[in-house]
Design a protein around this ligand. Structure first.
Ligand code: AKB
Length: 327
């Protein structure tokens, strides 16, 4: 089997996708790469405690090409990107990384005959998109640099599939909730921060309005979706880039209510950040993921209740807080 390369592997998704891929395919089959140096691997090219690690700046096409060739990579999970809020602060850097990085990945894939996984986002939609049960194929006129790069990325990945036969596949991820690594610079990050603050201080100041409804997903479901989509029979895929997927459509108020069932003293306040609120208000409240369910049997396992219970247990363990301390 040719190897799997994960870019941006030290981020929120990569820190859970890499162990899952290693579990699935074998530790030596998965190359982790990131622009950040891992503590266990201070020098580029040194194997980390769990498998191979490479320093990689995806905007540098030659670095990427060298790694793909040296490790005989056959599949690239391309996760390196800036998230929505930080991309809005630095739109030029965001375009360069989010679009330039994807272009380099698709070119490396074309030259070396690799399959590519590209994570699109609910950010690929905009204010003129139908906001409830957003269809698989619909208007995509986002008003953020993050969204512009995601739509362009979907089109570019489809172009490489049609024109050059690159096996590119993608999903439009909703907000992801997880405990291994913190997200950074996203609009949906509140749904992770809230758990840490609830367990630590029984208090959270949320940067979105209480009624801001957005799709969310627990990381184990997202990781399974990424692996399942790449294993799916290509002839069943009517859409390549990218499939709508969701697990729950929730507001900060509903999430806080659910957390209060486990931490009764928990209090939420709202200190709205106008920039992130405007981004959230331009995104769907819920998407229709029927195409993914039909084409590759997508189905989430965690709803709001199951996710909240699991997250609180995991965050308590991580922060070493017993249940009695936070009740
Ligand atoms: C973000 O908030 O930027 C991301 C996303 C929904 O794509 N989590």
């Amino acid at each position: 089997m040719r190897k799997i390369l994960v870019t941006g592997a030290q981020g929120q998704i990569g820190s859970e996708l890499v162990p899952a891929l290693r579990e699935h395919y074998g530790a030596d089959q998965v190359i982790e790469s990131d622009i950040r140096m891992v503590p266990t691997s201070p020098n580029p090219g040194l194997a980390s405690a769990h498998g191979d690690y490479e320093y990689l700046d995806c905007t540098q096409a030659q670095q990427l090409e060298d790694i793909v060739r040296r490790h005989q990579v056959g599949t690239i999970y391309h996760l390196a990107a800036l998230l929505s809020a930080v991309a809005e602060e630095k739109p030029q850097i965001a375009w360069n990384l989010n679009m330039g990085g994807l272009y380099n990945v698709l070119e490396a894939a074309r030259r070396n005959n690799c399959a590519v996984f590209f994570p699109s986002s609910i950010g690929a939609f905009g204010p003129t998109t139908p906001r409830d049960k957003t269809p698989q194929v619909t208007i995509q006129r986002p008003t953020t640099m993050y969204g512009v790069a995601k739509v362009s990325g979907e089109l570019m990945a489809d172009y490489y599939a049609q024109r050059f036969g690159v096996d590119s596949r993608g999903i439009r991820l909703p907000g992801l909730i997880s405990y291994t690594a913190l997200p950074g610079g996203g609009t949906t990050d509140y749904a992770v921060d809230i758990f840490y603050q609830a367990v630590r201080y029984q208090h959270y100041a949320c940067f979105l309005r209480p009624d801001t409804r957005l799709d969310m997903m627990y990381m184990p479901d997202a990781v399974r979706a990424m692996i399942d989509l790449m294993q799916a029979n290509p002839s069943a895929l009517h859409h390549r880039n990218a499939y709508n997927v969701t697990a729950m459509s929730i507001t900060p108020e509903e999430l806080a209510d659910q957390i209060s069932k486990h931490i009764p003293k928990f209090v939420i306040e709202y200190e709205v950040d106008p920039i992130r609120q405007a981004i959230a208000d331009s995104w769907p409240r819920s998407v229709d993921d029927q195409a993914a369910r039909t084409d590759w049997n997508w189905a989430p396992q965690y709803d709001l209740e199951a996710m909240t219970e699991d997250m609180i247990g995991k965050v308590r363990r991580k922060l070493n807080k017993s249940a009695s301390e936070t009740e």
